[in-house]
Design a protein around this ligand. Structure first.
Ligand code: ZN
Ligand code: ZN
Length: 265
C-alpha cells in the first residue's frame, strides 16, 4: 500500500501545510483517512481520482479533520461527470452531518431542493445522493477484501478513534488525535502478544513528545517506523522532535510528515 499525506498541519493550516488528511492507495483504489480542507483540491493535486475512492473515514468530529468534506461533496453532487458514482463516508457518532447537509443543500436531511420551472440540473437530478454517511462504532468498521479498518476508541473527545488499517499482512496505525499525554495510547502498539504494526502515524499536536513517559511509551512500541504528523511546532519545537529522533534512533526510524510525503509499505 502507498500512504500519501495530503494535509499534515494541526488544528489550523500553516504556510505550506493543510489540515489533516491522508490517502491510502491499494491497487487502483484509494481510501481517505480524515478530510480536512481543502481535500477536494489536494486529491486533484496528487492525481487521486475521486472515482477511485473506496471510502472516507473520519477519526473524530473536530473540523480540522472533516471540513474539506463540504467542498468534496459539493463537487460530487454538483457535476454530471460523477453521475453513477457513490461514496460512503464513515463518521463517528455525533458527527454534525445535518450541519453539512444544511450548508450544502439547505436541508438537514440532505434532500436536494427542487425549484419548479428551474434549471433541471439544479436540484432535479433524479439520481439518489452520491454520498452516504455511515455512522461507525468501535471495532471492525470496513473490509472490502483489500483493505480493512478497525476503529479503536480513544479519549481525545467523545467518540474519537484511532484507526488500524490492514492490507494483507501490513498494518498501519493512524493515531488520530489522542488525549493529552496519551493515556489512551492504543494497546495494540505495546501488547506483548500482539504482532505490533509496520507503521505508526502519531499526532504531535497535544502532547510534548520528549516527555520521559512518552519516550518510554515509544520505546515499548512494536513498530518498524514512526511518523509524526499533525505537529504543532510551537508546542513540539524542531529541537524537541530532533531529541525524540535521537532517543529512539536505536529502535526504529522516526520521520516528520509533510504535505505530499509518500510512504510505500
Ligand atoms: Zn486535530
Ligand atoms: Zn481533534
Amino acid at each position: 500500500m502507498i500512504i500519501r499525506f495530503l494535509g499534515t498541519s494541526h488544528g489550523f493550516c500553516e504556510k505550506g501545510r493543510f489540515c489533516s488528511s491522508a490517502a491510502i492507495t491499494s491497487g487502483d483504489r484509494s481510501y481517505i483517512i480524515d478530510a480536512g480542507a481543502p481535500i477536494a483540491c489536494l486529491l486533484k493535486t496528487y492525481g487521486i481520482e475521486y472515482t477511485s475512492i473506496g471510502g472516507i473515514f473520519i477519526t473524530h468530529s473536530h473540523s480540522d479533520h472533516y471540513l474539506g468534506l463540504v467542498e468534496y461533496i459539493n463537487q460530487l453532487e454538483g457535476f454530471m461527470e460523477y453521475k453513477g458514482f457513490h461514496n460512503d463516508i464513515y463518521v463517528p457518532e455525533g458527527f454534525p452531518k445535518a450541519r453539512i447537509n444544511q450548508f450544502l443543500f439547505g436541508d438537514p436531511e440532505g434532500k436536494k431542493r427542487t425549484i419548479p420551472g428551474g434549471d433541471s440540473r439544479q436540484g432535479a437530478d433524479p439520481e439518489p445522493d452520491r454520498v452516504t454517511f455511515i455512522t461507525y462504532h468501535d471495532g471492525l468498521i470496513f473490509d472490502d477484501g483489500r483493505v480493512s479498518i478497525e476503529a479503536i476508541p480513544v479519549r481525545h473527545m467523545e467518540n474519537a478513534h484511532s484507526f488500524l488499517v490492514r492490507e494483507g499482512d501490513k498494518k498501519v496505525l493512524f493515531s488520530g488525535d489522542l488525549a493529552r499525554n496519551f493515556p489512551d495510547y492504543p494497546a495494540v502498539l505495546t501488547d506483548e502478544q500482539g504482532g505490533g504494526v509496520d507503521l505508526l502515524i502519531i499526532e504531535g499536536a497535544h502532547t510534548r513528545l520528549n516527555r520521559p513517559e512518552i519516550i518510554d511509551l515509544f520505546s515499548r512500541t512494536k513498530t518498524k517506523k514512526l511518523i509524526i504528523t499533525h505537529c504543532n511546532y510551537a508546542h513540539n519545537t524542531r529541537e524537541i522532535i530532533s531529541e525524540v529522533k535521537t532517543k529512539l534512533s536505536g529502535l526504529f526510524p522516526v520521520e516528520e510528515a509533510y504535505d505530499g510525503l509518500q510512504i510505500k509499505l
